[in-house]
Design a protein around this ligand. Structure first.
Ligand code: FAD
Ligand code: FO1
Length: 451
């Protein structure tokens, strides 16, 4: 069996004697059967050793402020993936609780040969992985199945802006932006897995905040993700450059929840867009966001340990925000007032309502939304906490490197440059309601999300 996965996507986290049992893939960030380099590598290892292959998902009761809305989307998608894997004779095992306890326990019970994990730069995931590594005695590998260019290869350091990251991405794309091999039906059986529990039972067992209700769309799961990609490419990719920033138009792809939960491989989206019948400038504009911007977010969270703190902002930004800490705030709103969209700014209120009601907010308004929180909070630390709390509580795509970077860009000039100095913001880029109203016709948007 020739290696189907570029070995440069694989890192060895632990060396040890392989066990006598199956190969195990701990599925976490990349929750899909298709187009999953970590799963494909685990299958290669299992085929080479003529061993069964099992995947495992560890369901944690709380995750960075996620509520019913996000757990439901994730678990409905996982149920579909479990079914697809079972059809390939690869059981998706479910364990519940702390990964540091549950994963080692499962590996011991199965006498696993080797553990394959997927890559995630978030602190919580590194802690989980460190906890597991400290307790197991078997080889452990990590595969970046989320970034087209493995994060640790794209750049050896924190990049300060897209312009220095882009050439590194362009140079590496020919090697890594490829199609995917198919997942094979696995010839070595582990024995029938327990059936995947009904999603409703799982949701009932979780202490999730049920006041953040599920949203009717987008539909969760790998099949719906594939349809959303096809629909976007067929109907809206061509006008992406013109329409993507206009809140009055449906110009964005809507793919972020699928990408966040790993139900769609970013590389699948890139590969299909790269080959699509569409104006080159439209494909280019989309790939800039999907590859450069998204992978730059992983770069920031991977190399900047304080990616969700003011301390993680660049020095010039922290300095300018400090110089304006005591500027008078014309408006100050509490978390409750902001959460209830009770400010003087009807556009901000509409964006907040869009997020609370639909689980998403238009990308251009997300910048405006976060920047106003800086303007209406007593200090940058409170603003960062508020923006992160609201984003991760209501957004389907929240709790993601893109979110921490989106908020840090808006409040703290991460990956951005200095602008003319002004009150409160200092040299952080400012966005005014007037500048938005000049660019876009916001009447429809305001009507749709009026109180
Ligand atoms: P499209 O415009 O169709 O782009 C396609 C994909 O490209 C996105 O799904 C995303 O993976 C990537 N992308 C697009 N814009 C960006 C960007 N600015 N930075 C990084 N990747 C990008 N994105 C999240 O996934 N989760 C979040 O929690 C999140 N929070 C944000 C908070 C703020 C304050 C800001 C300013 C941005 C945030 N973003 C977040 C980034 C961006 O707004 C969303 O990825 C995008 O709006 C998702 O909609 P879409 O998939 O239709 O985007
Ligand atoms: N990953 C897991 O391995 N187990 C979980 O129970 C889990 C819950 C969860 C809830 C909301 C959410 O947005 C993400 C969640 N994740 C979970 C992580 C997710 O799969 C992604 O890996 C990261 O959030 C993206 O970096």
């Amino acid at each position: 069996m020739s290696a189907r996965v570029n070995p440069r996507r694989v890192r060895r986290l632990k060396d040890s004697h392989p066990g006598p049992g199956p190969v195990v893939y701990w599925l976490s960030r990349d929750q899909r059967a298709r187009d999953n380099w970590a799963l494909l590598h685990a299958q290669d290892l299992a085929l080479e050793a003529a061993r069964p292959l099992a995947a495992v998902f560890c369901l944690v009761p709380t995750f960075l402020g996620a509520a019913l809305r996000q757990y439901a989307f994730m678990l409905r998608g996982l149920a579909e993936t479990a079914h697809t894997l079972a059809q390939h004779h690869i059981p998706l095992l479910l364990v519940q609780g702390r990964p540091e306890e549950e994963i080692p326990r499962l590996l011991t019970a199965l006498r696993a040969r080797v553990l394959v994990t997927d890559f995630d730069p978030l602190r919580i995931k590194r802690e989980w992985k460190a906890g597991v590594l400290a307790q197991v005695e078997l080889p452990v590998l990590e595969v970046d199945a989320h970034n087209i260019i493995p994060c640790w290869l794209a750049s050896p350091k924190q990049e300060w802006a897209a312009y220095s990251f882009r050439p590194k991405v362009r140079r590496a794309l020919p090697e890594f932006l490829t199609d995917f091999p198919e997942l094979l039906p696995h010839p070595h059986r582990l024995g029938p897995p327990d059936p995947w529990p009904p999603v409703e039972d799982l949701l009932r067992s979780l202490p999730v905040d049920r006041s953040v209700a599920e949203v009717p769309k987008p539909l969760p799961g790998e099949a719906a993700a594939g349809q959303a990609l096809t629909e976007f490419i067929a109907r809206r990719l061509s006008r992406y450059p013109q329409d993507r920033n206009d809140p009055g138009k449906n110009g964005q792809s809507g793919l972020s929840p699928y990408l966040h939960f790993g139900q769609l491989a970013p590389q699948r989206a890139a590969w299909e867009v790269f080959r699509a019948e569409a104006p080159p400038e439209a494909r280019e504009a989309f790939l800039e966001e999907l590859i450069v911007r998204r992978e730059l977010s992983d770069n920031f969270c991977y190399y900047q340990p304080r990616y969700d703190e003011v301390a993680g902002f660049p020095d010039w930004a922290r300095k300018t925000l400090d110089e304006h800490r005591s500027d008078p705030r014309e408006y100050l709103y509490s978390l409750e007032e902001l959460e209830a969209a009770r400010t003087h700014d009807e556009l901000w209120n509409a964006a907040q309502r869009e997020m609370v009601l639909t689980g998403r907010m238009h990308g251009y308004l997300r910048m405006y939304w976060a920047k106003k929180i800086l303007e209406w909070s007593p200090d940058p630390e409170t603003a960062l906490r508020t923006a992160t709390y609201l984003n991760d509580r209501y957004e389907l795509d929240g709790r993601d490197p893109n979110g921490y970077v989106g908020i840090a860009w808006s409040l703290g000039g991460v990956h951005d440059r200095a602008f003319a100095e002004r009150p409160i913001f200092g040299k952080i880029r400012y966005m005014s309601r007037q500048s938005l109203a000049r660019k876009f016709d916001l009447r429809d948007y305001l009507l749709r999300f009026a109180s």
